[in-house]
Design a protein around this ligand. Sequence first.
Ligand code: CO
Length: 427
Amino acid sequence: MEQSIKKLTAYLNSARSVFHAVAGLAAQLEGEGYTLLSEGQPWQLEKGGKYYLTRGGSSLIAFRVPKGEALGFAMTASHSDRPTFKVKENGELVSAYTRLAVERYGGMLIAPWLDRPLSVAGRVVVKTPQGIQSRLVDMDQDLAMIPNVAIHMNRQANEGYKWNPATDVLPLLGTKQSAGKFFASLENQAGGQILGHDLTLYVRESARVWGMDSEFISAPALDDLQCAFGCAQGFLNAGESGNIPVLCVFDSEEVGSGSLQGAASDLLEATLSRVCEALRLDKRIMLSHSFLISADNAHALHPNHPELADSANAPVLGGGIAIKFNANQKYTSSGMSAAVMRAVCQKAGVSAQTYCNRADIPGGSTLGNISLSQVSVLSVDIGLPQLAMHSCYETAAVADYLALEKAIACFYSTTLRQTADGAITID
Ligand code: CO
C-alpha cells in the first residue's frame, strides 16, 4: 500500500470524533514545528514562521509566513465534522435495559448504523483545581449496538421503512445492572467531575482498502476527513510561493456552519486580519490576489443508479478530482475559478472531472459560499468522488485521494496574481 494511503487510513482510524479529527491534525503540525497561537494573546509573526490555531477544539487554521514578499492568501477549506448521533445531556435511559439517549447530528443515512458495534468519543469538560478544562475521551471498546427489529415483527422491513429518530435508534448499552456506569467510566478516564460534554457515536469498523485491484477505500467520515487530511498533506508538502498558504478545517458544516468555530463565524476573517496587521500587509490588496479551494466530497456516479446523476457531469471513482458547479452558487465555482483549478491540476499532472446535480435533484451544499460571506475571495468548490455519502461507512477511490494530495501541494507551491479583474497569472 502507498505510504500516503497508510497515513490516511491511520488518521481516519484515529479521528473518532470532530475533536479527535482536529487533534490529529494539530499533532502532525506540532511534529512539523508549527507554533500554536492563542486568539487571546497578541501575535508576533516571523518571516519563515509556521503557525496554527484552533477554536472550540474542533476547527483549525494553519499558515506559513513566506521568507519573501507575500501577495495574497492561497487557502483550502474542508470540514472536520460528520453526521452522527450526539449523546444527550442526560445520556442514559434505564428501563428493561440500559440505553444511550441520542439525537441526530446532521443528515445521515440511518440504516447503516444498525447491527454493528459502536462506541463513543468526544470531549468532556471537567472541574480541576485550575478551573474547568476540556479533555478528549474515547470509550474505545465495542460498547453499544442499535439492534434491528426482526423480520418476523416487521414483515414490510424490506419494502422501505420510515425511521423514527426518537425511538428506533437508541443504542443498547447494557442490562439494567449497567445503569450509571457510562458516565462514571468517562469521569474515571477524564480524571474529574464532568460538568459538560460533547460526545458522539462512532462505528468500530476501521478504514479498508478493497476491490479487484485494491482501488477503493472505505471508512467512516471520508466526507470530509479525506479532503481535510489530503489538503493538510498538500499544505505540508508544498514549497514556498509568493502567497501565504492557509489551511482551514471547520466544524459545524453538517449543521449549517453557524457556530463559534464554523465557516459562518469570524474565525477565518479574524485570522487573516491579524496576519495582515502583524506583517503590515494591506488586507484588501491581499484578498484581491487570494484564492480559496473549498474541498468537500462529491457524489460519484452510482454503479446501480446512474440515472440519479447528470449524464454529462457525473464523476466516477478513480477519474480524478471533481470540480463542483451549481448555477445558483451552492458551489462557489465560476468560469474563472474553475479555470484556475484546471490549470493547477494540469500543472500537477492530475485529472479533473466535473460534478453538477441532476437539474431535478437539489443535491447538497457546503461551506465555500458560507465562508465567502465572511471573506470574499475568488473560490472554487471541489471534492473527491464518493459513494454512500453520509452513511457511517463511505466509499471513495485510492487514486483520487493521491491526486488531491498532489494537486493541493501544487496549488500551495504556485503564485497566483490577479493582474486585472478577469486575468490571473499562475507561476
Ligand atoms: Co461534506
